[in-house]
Design a protein around this ligand. Structure first.
Ligand code: G3P
Length: 219
């Protein structure tokens, strides 16, 4: 994946689910083409297949389970996420937290099938622990800033710089409250390789304008 990057997590917002998810994915694809900036999206498992058929940007699952083929009703099998065209998977989001042993086995299973991993951490110290499992990306998001209007880079720049220093060679993304080009620019200045955001796009009246602005901070 080209860096820096902007990953937009569609979560389960109505504006980013089902038919709306496909439309929103196409807007990301268009802005990526127009700006030359790297965008990726993170969608519900049930939306993966049809979105990957229609866009060129990397598409991530929001979660996979560390299972193999067999009797695991209701679980998300890494193999089928890969077959659905996913580029990677998010793991351990603040809204879907996992124990460290489960994070380690989920990263291993994702790697088995060729999925890029982006693992969330709520503090720099947790990021450092997760770095031991060698994911492709770690995304630091202070939970209290998620869904708010003040970005991590403005509210807690020290969290970004500390996390950058603790994760070694692993690419660090930052998230929570990211809304505009100032936020993306500042994240990169602090040493991050990109941002992870949701509501700034999923709640926007005009996602195209917001995405284009986010890209400007990375040009
Ligand atoms: O996964 C990204 C997310 O948790 C940040 O959410 O709404 O603050 O951009 P938001």
């Amino acid at each position: 994946m080209q860096l820096p990057t902007v990953i937009v997590n569609f979560k389960t917002y109505e504006s980013a689910t089902g038919d709306n998810a496909l439309e929103l994915a196409k807007v990301h694809d268009k802005v990526a083409r127009e700006t030359g900036i790297s965008f990726a999206i993170c969608v519900q498992a049930t939306d993966l297949y049809r979105i990957t058929q229609e866009v060129s940007i990397p598409v991530f699952a929001q979660h996979v389970d560390p299972i193999t083929y067999g009797s695991h009703t209701g679980s998300i099998l890494p193999e089928v996420v890969k077959q659905a065209g996913a580029y990677g998977t998010l793991l351990n989001h603040a809204e879907h937290q996992l124990e460290f042993d489960v994070i380690a086995s989920s990263i291993a299973r994702a790697k088995d099938v060729g999925l890029t991993t982006c693992v969330c951490a709520n503090t720099p110290e947790v990021a450092a622990k997760i770095a031991e499992f060698n994911p492709d990306f770690i995304a630091v998001e202070p939970p209290e800033l998620i869904g708010g209007d003040i970005s991590i880079s403005s509210a807690k720049p020290e969290v970004v710089t500390k996390a950058v220093s603790l994760v070694g060679d692993i690419k660090l993304l930052v998230g929570a409250g990211v809304k505009n080009s100032q936020d993306t620019k500042k994240a990169i200045q602090l040493g991050a390789s990109g941002v992870l955001l949701a509501s700034g796009v999923t709640k926007a009246n005009n996602p195209y304008e917001i995405l284009t602005d986010l890209a400007k901070g990375l040009m």
